[in-house]
Design a protein around this ligand. Structure first.
Ligand code: NAD
Length: 501
């Protein structure tokens, strides 16, 4: 696989040469599902078959958990000196970087996302996330609490044990890295369950973990369907923690699985309906336009923190909307393997139908379709939708309340900042928000008033690797991804009180 592929033709040629590994990776080996069953994965840009993937079920999950538990108990990884673990994780990052063109290509073929994003965002972010947490391995200290002189009172962190990580389809590698990097850094064993739509990149990645020197059984990937493989991870008594990213509906199942099994720790990162507020003191819209456009069109809007509700002061709406329409034209929709494409295909036929049904409901509910709204390139067999803007949206409409997970922006207006905050917070979600203003006081005050986990001001951002990410309200709870806070998900604290005699 060449590393410096640039021209679209190169990507198509490289894609034609790819041979996918489709088996689960358990205890350091690729294995078929015990049942021998497989499921199909296809290319969202063509609707065509890509591969048959092993359909892991409860017995496969059980094998992975046993292997993960055995190696954890042997302490070959969990008990390894942190500096040694760090070296291995850094080698793992290096190997991912070496294979990043291949992994990016797999990601684009399986997800439908533009190759410029797979190469320019997903892979670099996964690699840097791993490096960041690897570096933290030998830099996190335990604590000594205040105690009498004849007592030593220690608060030590210990790995939680066997971690299950259940991953969505929108950023398969990058979401997985948010979880496996801190989990492995802390000495845990992990079982990753990719979304059934996008298993191929994580399966491929698994052999690189072995090549880097991660002991067998520490890094496992079990592909399979949610209600079978996903449920088996949630219900398994040998799993100590599940870190889940996905829909609220499935997040709720995990709470139930934990309650019905061993009360394992559950960390949920669920959806969002993030507001983007533009105050009327903004004179130059350039940053706002760039942030709003990226916020809703990046990853075809299939992004949990997509800025899908634009709340703009009524006095500046017309000008902003007009500039926004021009900016949308600079986001070409098309072949994800063409390097000029910025909006790829939606993940699958059912999801395309769901997004189109929201566009229909926006029109029926009385919002004004101001831009786009059509399915594109149906003849290709792919699931492409035009970037879409609805104007005159009310926050009670379905398009303003539900997470559409597509390139559909709702525009609402407000009269004053209090009203903007009220509309922004009037949602079941609380993942992220953006704010555009030139007023420093307003920036601080509004940021504090928004009931969300991340606020970006004068940009669209989730912050870098050092910044914790997670939601308020139904966007999730139980822990954060990214930053040192992510390590808390995968460790537990132990208090040791020693009376000196
Ligand atoms: P999903 O909830 O359908 O699936 C997520 C994972 O759960 C998949 O691996 C799936 O196989 C598994 N799953 C499905 N049904 C299951 C069941 N009954 N039991 C156990 N596991 C099951 O979500 P999705 O469609 O893959 O992803 C889209 C959703 O993810 C959106 O709602 C989005 O907002 C959310 N998301 C959130 C974040 C975040 O960080 N907050 C990031 C990305 C995506």
């Amino acid at each position: 696989m060449p590393h410096a592929m640039e021209k679209p033709a190169d990507f198509h040629h490289a894609a034609s040469l790819l041979r996918f590994e489709t088996r689960a990776f358990i205890n350091g080996q690729y294995v078929d599902a015990i049942s021998g069953e497989t499921f199909e994965t296809s290319n969202p840009a063509t609707g065509k078959h890509l591969a048959h993937v092993s359909s892991g079920q409860a017995p496969d999950v059980d094998c992975a958990v046993q292997a993960a538990r055995q190696v954890f108990d042997k302490a070959s990884w969990s008990g390894m000196p942190p500096r040694e673990r760090k070296k291995i994780l850094l080698r793992f990052a290096e190997l991912i970087e070496k294979h990043s063109a291949e992994l990016a290509l797999i990601e684009t073929l399986d997800c439908g996302k533009p190759i410029r994003d797979s190469m320019g965002v997903d892979l670099p972010d996964a690699i840097e996330t791993l490096r960041w947490h690897a570096e933290a391995t030998d830099k996190i200290y335990d604590q000594i609490s205040p105690a009498p002189r004849d007592v030593v009172s220690m608060i030590v962190r210990e790995p939680i044990g066997v971690v299950g990580a259940v991953i969505p389809w929108n950023f398969p590698l990058f979401m997985a890295a948010w979880k496996f990097a801190p989990a492995l850094a802390g000495g845990n064993s992990i079982i990753l369950k990719p979304a059934e739509q996008t298993s191929l990149s994580l399966i491929r990645l698994a052999s690189l973990a072995s090549e880097a020197g991660i002991p067998d059984g520490v890094f496992n990937v079990v592909s399979g369907m949610g209600p079978t493989a996903g449920r088996a991870i949630g219900m398994h008594a040998g799993v100590d923690c599940v870190s889940f990213t996905g829909s609220g509906e499935v997040g709720r199942y995990f709470l139930k699985y934990a309650a019905d099994s061993n009360m394992k720790r559950i960390v949920l990162e669920c959806g969002g309906k993030s507001p983007v507020i533009v105050l009327n003191d903004v004179v130059d819209f350039r940053h706002a336009i760039e942030g709003i456009t990226t916020g809703i069109l990046f990853c075809q809007g299939e992004n949990c923190s997509a800025g899908s509700r634009l709340l703009v002061h009524e006095s500046v709406k017309d000008q902003l909307l007009s500039e926004l329409k021009t900016a949308f034209q600079a986001w070409p929709v098309g072949d994800p393997l063409a390097s000029s494409t910025r909006v790829g295909a939606l993940i699958e036929k059912e999801h395309l139908a769901k997004v189109m049904s929201y566009i229909k409901s926006g029109k029926q509910d009385g919002a004004t379709l101001a831009y786009g709204g059509q399915r594109l390139y149906a003849e290709s067999g792919g699931y492409f939708v035009e970037p879409t803007i609805f104007d005159n949206v009310k926050n009670t409409m379905k398009i303003a309340r539900d997470e559409i997970f597509g390139p559909v922006l709702s525009v609402l207006t407000f009269k004053d900042t209090q009203e903007a905050i009220q509309i922004a917070n009037d949602t079941a979600y609380g993942l992220a928000a953006s704010l555009y203003t030139n007023d420093l006081n307003a920036a601080h005050r509004v940021a504090r008033s928004l009931r969300v986990g991340t606020v970006s001001v004068n940009c669209y951002s989730e912050g870098d690797f050092a910044v914790p990410f997670g939601g308020y309200k139904e966007s999730g709870f139980g822990g954060k991804d990214k930053g040192l806070a992510a390590h808390d998900q995968y460790t537990q604290s132990k208090s040791i009180w020693i009376q000196l005699r």
